[in-house]
Design a protein around this ligand. Structure first.
Ligand SMILES: [Zn+2]
Length: 358
């Protein structure tokens, strides 16, 4: 694995607030020398309700900060910039234009709604009891704790100048508040891109020249990093690598096509609940069970061979399933592909969403 010299994270600029909206759950946090989680919850079919919950969690985090919790932009000033990792696709105006996993979100003005909601987080210090809003009082900085055996130790957090107070942050035209704080500039990015960016700059793939990052969650997303540059998928209505038509045609994807790569995960909910995936045999990869899983590994290994990018970084909530992580690590190893899995793969997209400029 070639590491790119000089890809120093110290050069990064960070958003005041980061939001990750996935098919199943959302997270809000910020970078403050390490990744801090400020709130989390479940994504619902009602986008406005989800955004309201996100804002309420931030307001609550701000209230906690005022009472001696972690200091920073939350609670003391409105966030001026926010990064959002999103599993669907938005158009130029930040309106959701496609999301096979959550069709009810299509048409929702996500950027506008987030900007308006985040503006309110600073001037509601009390944030009177919003029920059901998960807060994490007194849970300051959970370190993003990158590492996995095989990856170099990244013990020292890169020196960030406090994440607040970056001069010259352009607010979008017309975004200035008529009363109170201005709306933050919200930048929405593909979640696979965010995961790759986060792990590439601040996580297990830090400094690694070439890798393919995959997000394993409600669907499969991802992005390639080539020569140290994280590549954005071409805008194709949320159809990223998970919709590569590479598996058995009898598996119909949420997008309507058959055989999409992400249909490998279709059988997993049972496994997540403690059972085994269909066709599973004791012994994991070596025992030859789970035909769809094997095919998935083979397809990704073929891509690695064809592109010359022989490292895959696995992220997303499903990497927390120990049997799945073990199976894939063994499988990729057998195929000659280096497999890196961050300790908190469920936070990789949020990690990337904290990065304003890379
Ligand atoms: Zn599909």
């Amino acid at each position: 694995m070639d590491r790119v010299p000089g890809a120093a994270p110290a050069a990064l600029e960070q958003h005041d607030i980061a939001v990750d909206i996935g098919g199943t759950s959302w997270l809000v946090g910020r970078w403050n020398g390490e990744l801090q989680i400020l709130g989390h919850g479940l994504v619902s079919a009602r986008p406005a309700g989800t955004v309201t919950e996100i804002a309420a969690a931030l307001a609550l985090a701000g209230a906690n900060a005022d009472q001696g919790g972690p200091a920073g932009p939350v609670g003391t000033a409105a966030p001026r910039t926010a990064g959002c990792s999103f599993a669907g696709a938005v158009d130029r105006s930040g309106r959701v234009e496609a999301w096979p996993s959550r069709p009810s979100w299509v048409g929702f003005p996500l950027r506008t709604a987030l900007a308006a909601a985040l503006r309110g987080t600073a001037d509601r210090p009390g944030a009177p009891g919003q029920p059901g809003v998960p807060s994490r009082p007194g849970a300051p900085g959970q370190p993003s704790a990158p590492n996995q055996a095989g990856a170099p130790n990244q013990a020292s957090a890169p020196n960030q100048p406090g994440a607040s107070g970056q001069p010259g942050v352009p607010n979008r035209p017309g975004a200035s508040g008529r009363h109170g704080p201005a709306e933050p500039a919200v930048s929405i990015e593909d979640d696979g891109y965010c995961a790759a960016l986060g792990e590439s700059r601040l996580g297990v793939a830090r400094g690694l020249a070439d890798h393919l990052t995959l997000t394993l969650g409600t669907g499969i997303g991802g992005a390639w990093t080539v020569a140290g540059q994280v590549r954005r998928p071409v805008a194709a209505g949320a159809r990223t690598i998970g919709h590569l038509r590479a598996l058995d045609q009898h598996r119909v994807c949420r997008c309507g096509a058959a055989g999409c790569l992400q249909t490998v995960l279709a059988d997993l909910p049972g496994a997540a609940a403690g059972g085994d995936p269909p066709g599973w045999a004791e012994g994991g990869w070596a025992a030859g069970g789970w035909a769809a899983g094997r095919r998935f590994v083979e397809v990704v290994a073929d891509l690695a061979q064809a592109t010359g990018v022989a490292t895959v970084v696995l992220t997303g909530g499903l990497t927390g399933l120990r049997w799945l992580a073990g199976y894939l690590r063994d499988g990729f190893g057998a195929e000659g592909v280096t497999c890196l899995i961050p300790r908190r793969g469920d936070r990789s997209s949020l990690l990337g969403a904290t990065i304003r400029s890379a």
